[in-house]
Write a protein that binds this ligand. Structure first.
Ligand code: ATP
Ligand code: MG
Length: 570
């Protein structure tokens, strides 16, 4: 293809609303354009990358026996009512009515549709196991669509669903997908980590997330620093290890101290000359079942996912200032557990504290020598805190390390959750009716493209791994006015095409500097530059985008050199 004929609208300016690098670069390099918040048009280069990721995904799903189907985007409300998710899913579900006033939604995921399909088509154990997948647009009215393709409201997902006779079968399907996902991200050339993830209030089920490591990732993962241990988890899920021993300090009498304008844990600790670990952090949350106080040690953070799972509620949000004032009788910053009339959930570390500092529920005051059990009662004592780097690994005790990641895929054991709700059964070999055991497995195709950019870029632009690059090589004649250069460039370009290399020629009558800048911005893995000196000596420059290294290569060797660099058979 010729750059002069392709729609690659590159920009020199960084788009104002783009906060993360992948969003900035994908817009600047002419891959995507915004149509509405969280809704994008994929231009030719982006579509080529997406098709390549999809091809890898298709091959790896097929390798494990996955069969591709295509389900409707428009889904009837009745199925969502059967699974009870019509109400649970909330405002994230795009809902619509047809001309007869019947309710529908745009599919955010397809458990309902596929379970209904399988309920109708599978009746015997002889038809199982079954792995069905599709690659399609998904719709989620995200609260904060942002970061370009990273969190869209319309995005492309591969979703596979497994159907097995029993837990053992599910385990096998799950392992197959684990392997398939690992191969997909390996082949996409991405550095990633597989982590244990939160399986929500249902509990018990296995689930793993595939995280592309990048500083801008929204997720924090912790992993064991020991080379003998492969523990890794989303921090939302990572369990804390607890010391059984409490301090040997003798409890003293509780007393009130004047702490004017000391409304943060840090300020109070400094003011009273103590460490933050001597204070109790009290956060008040609103749920549909009333207010709840969550207590953690002052140097810890509340893990809202753990809290949410503990409470089993549908809504959980921090109470507003007016509510806090109302229930504690004090301004924000002085809440504490003593005398607080609401359900109290505390982290086990809090229970081990002796002579702690806590808010006095009185503006300008804190209590010292607060002792759990004696001074307040805890209703629920359970792990509700965020694990931090440096803490012991729950598996082997070595120190945990921390990294940021982008969730590009997740695999999940569903069990009989949907087959039970929708009545998807089969007859086993004894003629007994059993629920089909399911798993679901998603890959964010568009998010994977963005994650690749987050992980692989520099000041000049994107650096595509060769396997998913929109084109592998761009051939640039330095001057399109010099016939000899154009001729040599065209010859090289045609030879590359004949060798099956995805090559582009930048035949635009632009200055060389403009073409080089664009090539770096778009991120083709290799650039071949034909200049006046090279023409004289019969050589061209081959530059690797990743390293910036340039070598002069005789024209007749270029195909070999390029195929070698791309690790491609000639
Ligand atoms: P998140 O926690 O980031 O909202 P999720 O856990 O809700 O994602 P899943 O239901 O597991 O997402 O969807 C499978 C995959 O689809 C995710 O791993 C991610 O790669 C992708 N994905 C989910 N939501 C979005 C979105 N809003 N925009 C782009 N990709 C998404
Ligand atoms: Mg997920």
């Amino acid at each position: 293809m010729r750059v002069s004929q392709l729609l690659i609208p590159t920009l020199r300016e960084v788009p104002a609303e783009a906060e993360v690098v992948s969003h900035q670069l994908l817009v600047r390099a002419g891959f995507i354009r915004k149509t509405a918040a969280g809704v994008y048009t994929y231009l030719p280069l982006a579509l080529r990358v997406l098709k390549k990721i999809e091809k890898i995904v298709r091959e790896e799903m097929a390798r494990q026996g996955g069969q591709e189907i295509l389900m409707p985007i428009i889904q009837p409300a009745e199925l969502w009512q059967e699974s009870s998710r019509w109400d649970v899913y909330g405002p994230e579900l795009f809902r619509l009515k047809d001309r007869h006033g019947r309710d529908f939604c745009l599919g955010p995921t397809h458990e309902e549709i596929i379970t209904a399909l399988v309920r109708g088509e599978v009746s015997s154990y002889k038809q199982l196991p079954l792995l069905l997948f599709q690659i399609q647009n998904k719709y989620r009215d995200e609260r904060r669509p942002r970061f370009g393709l990273m969190r869209g409201r319309e995005f492309i997902m591969k979703d596979l669903y497994s159907f097995d006779m029993d837990e053992e079968g599910l385990h096998t399907s799950y392992q197959k997908m684990y392997e398939a996902y690992s191969r997909v991200y390996d082949r996409c050339g991405l550095k990633y980590r597989v982590v244990e993830a939160d399986s929500g209030a249902i509990g018990g089920s296995d689930t793993h997330e595939f995280m592309v490591l990048a500083a801008s990732g929204e997720a924090t993962v912790v992993y064991c620093s020991s080379s003998n241990c492969d523990y890794a988890a989303n921090v939302e899920r990572a369990n804390a290890l607890y010391d059984q021993e409490s301090s040997r300090e003798e409890p003293e009498s509780k007393r009130e101290v004047y702490t004017p304008s000391q409304t943060t844990i840090k300020d109070v600790a400094v003011f009273l000359g103590e460490g933050r670990e001597k204070t109790i952090k009290t956060l008040i949350y609103k749920t549909e079942d009333g207010l709840v106080a969550a207590l953690v040690r002052g140097d810890r953070e509340v893990n809202e996912v753990k809290l949410y799972n503990t409470l089993g509620c549908l809504q959980l949000e921090l109470a507003d200032a007016a509510t806090i004032q109302d229930v504690t009788g004090a301004q924000v910053g002085y809440a504490g557990p003593v005398g607080l009339d609401m359900r109290i959930v505390a982290d086990p570390e809090v229970n081990n504290m002796v002579n702690a500092i806590a808010g006095a529920n009185k503006t300008g005051y804190h209590l010292v020598n607060v002792n759990p059990g004696r001074d307040f009662k805890v209703d629920t004592l359970t792990d509700i805190r965020m694990v931090q780097a440096g803490e012991p690994c729950p598996r082997c005790g070595s120190a945990l390390d921390e990294a940021q990641g982008i969730e590009v895929g997740q695999i999940f054991k569903l069990g009989d959750k949907y087959s039970r709700a929708l009545g998807a059964v089969y007859l086993d070999d004894k003629g007994q009716e059993q629920y089909i055991i399911m798993g679901c497995y998603g890959i964010g195709v568009t998010r994977t493209m963005a994650a690749s950019v987050e992980q692989n870029h520099d000041q000049q632009g994107i650096i595509w791994p060769a396997s998913i690059a929109p084109f592998q090589v761009v051939v640039i004649p330095v001057s399109t006015k010099d016939e000899a250069q154009v001729k040599m460039a065209e010859e090289i370009y045609n030879k590359l095409l004949q060798a099956g290399v995805e090559a582009l020629i930048d035949d635009r009558p632009e200055r060389a500097g403009v073409k080089f800048k664009d090539a770096d911005l778009v991120g083709y893995p290799l650039r071949i530059t034909v200049g006046s000196k090279g023409v004289k000596s019969g050589q061209a420059e081959v530059t690797e985008r990743q390293t910036g290294e340039t070598v002069m290569v005789p024209q007749q060797d270029i195909i070999y050199k390029v195929c070698d660099m791309l690790e491609k058979d000639v």
